[in-house]
Design a protein around this ligand. Structure first.
Ligand code: FAD
Ligand code: NDP
Length: 426
């Protein structure tokens, strides 16, 4: 019963698009591969949603950012999938999975059978209700995870020009959306619990550069407290935000970016899970040998640091997806995934990249009042992490290379003096 496929990709986001490209490059027969996605559109580059999509002028719109343009590869439009005999089952949620029978059941009641399954279900935005704040279903409270959220956010922003937005969360979404709100001529107050923005990655010194830059664009920061409730008008719209310290902030809209959770629930009790994600080996294979997991949902061994990690960034989604397909299609020629963690962001005229691990002693370098500066992290005598703002392509390549090499650092003062020049000289 049901439909049969050799390969099924569950989830239609970034990893799915890159896996499909890799399958087609390696050669599959028409009708072998199916992608099932809850979203109504073919896989796209999700990072565009908090950047170009939100621009007030000349915004990015599909089909321009379908995967795999983010890695300068072919753009896979719905026509491409058709031409390649890849079945796109869109607007369809899988509601249960049976790994013993190798079946998926969709919300529409259809059974889909696979020989090999790639789980690429990504993550979802954490809701305010899950941390004890009610009322986030009001029409002017926004989250941002998928295209539908982004379309809604654009419409809410358009109705708030000249008004006030409260951004809750000082992580990736908070920082990128605050910049977009300012570009859309909306006043922004950012509220987050930590002492500075991006506190899991940035040092206080790095964060203070970005906070000062944001302040120069008009953003206000309220740190060390969190949102505790909403005040609504008679139509149910939020009109003010009340913080835990009692502060009341008038708000025409609220943007929430308080973290995400991997979509693992279909497989809990059926596959091994660790660190919140589905555990895979260096071939991206789960505890069931017919099932692979990639992207945000996968907890994989990071060879370079000798531990298991789950990363929520686009580069690892792209590369882990391609690696899983390589391991499936060419098992004898594919070794273990050897990934260098890489995160980046672009807001206003700023742009930074980070490679590796942010543990150990930090060595800041460059001009923190200007626009080109960075940091290295030294752990147990070795360079393990590199951050650079405002670098050139060559400089970013150099910090990636040096981080992968993990050179022993004998003279901290020299590293500080040489700055990015150290990476360029290795
Ligand atoms: P996703 O791209 O999230 O795709 C998961 C897919 O699975 C979705 O289509 C979802 O609908 C589908 N799905 C889930 N459950 C089911 C189900 N039961 N049935 C059917 N379908 C299902 N990273 C960076 O490194 N740089 C950036 O600049 C950056 N910007 C970002 C901006 C935004 C707004 C967001 C939300 C994320 C951003 N990221 C960025 C993170 C990056 O986009 C993710 O790491 C990446 O999308 C993960 O890819 P994925 O395929 O694992 O998951
Ligand atoms: P992040 O984990 O980046 O940030 C969450 C933020 O919310 C942190 O500042 C966190 O503080 C804060 N927070 C936690 N609890 C509360 C609370 N009660 N009230 C207010 N703030 C709170 O998640 P995001 O939501 O920003 O991003 C979601 C996903 O999207 C992530 O996977 C991210 O990687 C991805 N993304 C990546 C981008 C990129 O790589 N450029 C861009 C946009 C999204 P604390 O750290 O102190 O706990």
């Amino acid at each position: 019963m049901g439909r049969d496929f050799v390969y099924v990709i569950l989830g239609g986001g970034v990893a799915a698009g890159y896996a499909a490209l890799e399958f087609s490059k390696r050669g599959i027969s028409r009708g072998d591969l199916c992608i099932i996605s809850e979203e109504n559109v073919a896989p796209y580059e999700r990072p565009a949603l908090s950047k170009g999509f939100l621009f007030p002028e000349d915004p990015a719109r599909l089909p321009s950012f379908h995967t795999c343009v983010g890695a300068n590869e072919e753009r896979l439009t719905p026509k491409w999938y058709k031409e390649h005999g890849i079945e796109l089952v869109l607007g369809t949620r899988v509601k249960s999975a049976d790994v013993r029978r190798k079946t998926l059941l969709t919300a529409a009641g259809e059974t889909i059978n696979y020989k090999i399954l790639i789980i690429a279900t990504g993550a979802r935005a954490l809701k305010l209700e899950e941390i004890g704040v009610n009322g986030s279903n009001a029409e002017n409270v926004c989250y941002l995870r998928d295209l539908a959220d982004a379309i809604r956010l654009v419409s809410v922003m358009q109705s708030c020009v000249g008004g006030n937005a409260v951004v809750t969360g000082g992580g990736f979404i908070g920082m990128e959306c605050a910049a977009a709100l300012i570009m859309n001529k909306i006043n922004v107050t950012m509220v987050f619990p930590a002492a500075h923005c991006m506190d899991r990655l940035f040092t206080p010194k790095i964060a203070s550069f970005y906070e000062d830059f944001y302040k120069s664009k008009g953003v206000k920061f309220i740190k060390g407290t969190v949102l505790s409730s909403f005040e609504n008008d008679s139509s149910g719209k939020v009109k003010a935000v009340i913080l835990q310290d009692g502060t009341r902030l008038p708000a025409d809209m609220v943007m929430v970016g308080i973290g995400s959770r991997p979509n693992t629930s279909l497989f809990e009790g059926q596959l091994t899970l660790e660190k919140g994600g589905i555990t895979v080996n260096g071939r991206m294979q789960t505890s069931n040998s017919s099932i692979y997991a990639v992207g945000d949902v996968a907890t994989f061994p990071v060879k370079l640091f000798g531990d298991l990690r789950r990363l929520e960034h686009v580069d690892s989604a792209r590369k882990s997806a391609r690696h899983a397909v390589a391991a499936i299609m060419a098992p004898d020629k594919t070794g273990d995934f050897d990934y260098l963690p890489f995160f980046y962001s672009r807001t206003f005229t700023l742009s930074w990249q980070f490679y590796g691990d942010n543990v150990g002693q930090v060595v800041h370098y460059g001009d923190y009042s200007g626009k080109s500066f960075g940091a290295y992290w030294i752990n147990k005598g070795k360079l393990v992490g590199s951050f650079l703002e405002g670098g050139t392509k060559e400089e970013y390549e150099a910090i990636a290379k040096v981080t992968r090499l993990q050179p022993v650092v004998a003279a901290i003062a020299e590293l500080e003096r040489k700055g990015v020049g150290f990476a360029l000289s290795v």
